[in-house]
Design a protein around this ligand. Structure first.
Ligand code: MN
Length: 358
């Protein structure tokens, strides 16, 4: 077993003999092997990765810290391992199993005298490991961030009156891949004008015009790790209200960054940012969370939200992304991804945040 699997095995409760992990991200996290399907069975002595014939050759060469088992019939092959280790209880990765998949797994386990445990306990144990990042994980996020920033910088040159949101989105995605990204972190958001009042608006055939805010919520993917950044620019000119809103979001984002450090409570960071925006006269215009963890998933723990009691620790990677959205008019969001440290945070984004009029 490798270190991360050994740690997880040691965290399993005494009365649990094994864990069954099936989500793509968690299989990848523990074995470094990428596949669209597979079953990672972790016993207290050994870990087994069951893959079908599409992945058997690659897994034998590339999966780390586990024994690769190519299966034809999962029940028979897994049954053999269950018997070998005298497994009586298996904790399932609750968040990843569908009702159907769990029922099928229960059947396989019971054939071999084992029962399954349906709960979120295994997910919570894995979150404890994944919530802080190793330096090699941070390096991948930084690489994704550098690509995102370079692609965005190059794409900004194409922003002019009459260009559509979709055209810009396509260029950005193409440039990210040209720069070495494995893909995009999520469906990129490039929205302009009135549409910027929708935090997660979808790029369409809307043509950019002078006086518009243009929101870019963008990120690249490198070796499974995501980057996440938002910048709001203007084309040509801005009005006084736009300036006031931008300035408020800019200050709120700085307040959020300043509140981050090991020991700070997530919901208190969120409250500090939210109170500032509401007291500036924009109550009701900022409803989403202040930020979220980033890693193998674009949204993971911890959440900088009003209901997250998690205490920040060094090595956590989170976004800080307040916004103000005024329906029918416009919206502004500014977002950086940072690594929390003992006395603050390291901002992984370097692109300027002062209002830029293109
Ligand atoms: Mn985000």
């Amino acid at each position: 077993m490798n270190a991360s699997l050994e740690i997880l095995a040691s965290m399993l409760p005494k009365d649990v003999d094994a864990a069954l992990i099936i989500s793509n991200e968690n299989r990848r996290y523990f074995t470094q092997f990428v596949s669209s399907l597979g079953y990672l069975l972790l016993t207290k002595e050994e870990a087994y990765l069951f893959v079908d014939s599409r992945y058997s050759e690659a897994a034998a060469a590339g999966a780390r810290g586990c024994v690769t088992v190519p299966f034809r019939k999962l029940s028979a092959d897994m049954g053999e391992i269950l018997k070998r280790h005298d497994i009586r209880s298996v904790m399932l990765e609750g968040s990843a199993f569908t009702l159907n998949n769990a029922a099928e797994t229960d059947k396989i386990l019971s054939e071999y005298g084992a029962r399954s445990i349906h709960s979120d306990e295994l997910d919570k144990l894995i979150t404890k490991l994944r919530i802080t990042k190793t330096s090699s994980e941070v390096d991948k996020i930084i690489r994704a961030q550098r690509i995102t920033e370079q692609a965005l910088t190059e794409t900004l040159k194409l922003v002019r009156e009459g260009v559509t949101e979709r055209e810009i989105t396509l260029e950005l995605e193409y440039k990210m891949r040209r720069l070495g990204a494995d893909g995009v972190s999520f469906d990129l958001i490039v929205i302009a004008g009135e549409k910027t009042s929708m935090p997660h608006g979808t790029p369409g055939n809307n043509k950019i015009k002078p006086g518009d805010f243009i929101t870019f919520d963008v990120g690249a993917l490198c070796e499974g790790y995501h980057s996440d950044m938002t910048r709001t620019y203007a084309l040509g000119y801005v009005g006084d209200k736009q300036k006031r809103v931008y300035d408020t979001v800019y200050k709120a984002q700085k307040i959020g960054l300043d509140a981050l450090k090991s020991g700070a409570v997530c919901k208190e960071v969120d409250k500090t940012v939210r109170d500032f925006i509401y007291q500036a006269g924009f109550e009701g215009c900022f409803e989403h969370s202040t930020g979220h963890g980033v890693g193998l998933e674009i949204h993971e723990q911890p959440a900088l939200s009003p209901n997250c009691d998690t205490i920040l620790q060094g090595g956590m990677v989170v976004t800080v992304e307040p916004g103000i959205y005024i329906p029918g008019e416009f919206g502004v969001r500014i977002e950086d991804t940072v690594v929390v440290t003992a006395d603050g945070c390291i901002n992984l984004a370097v692109l300027p945040k002062e209002l830029i009029i293109l």
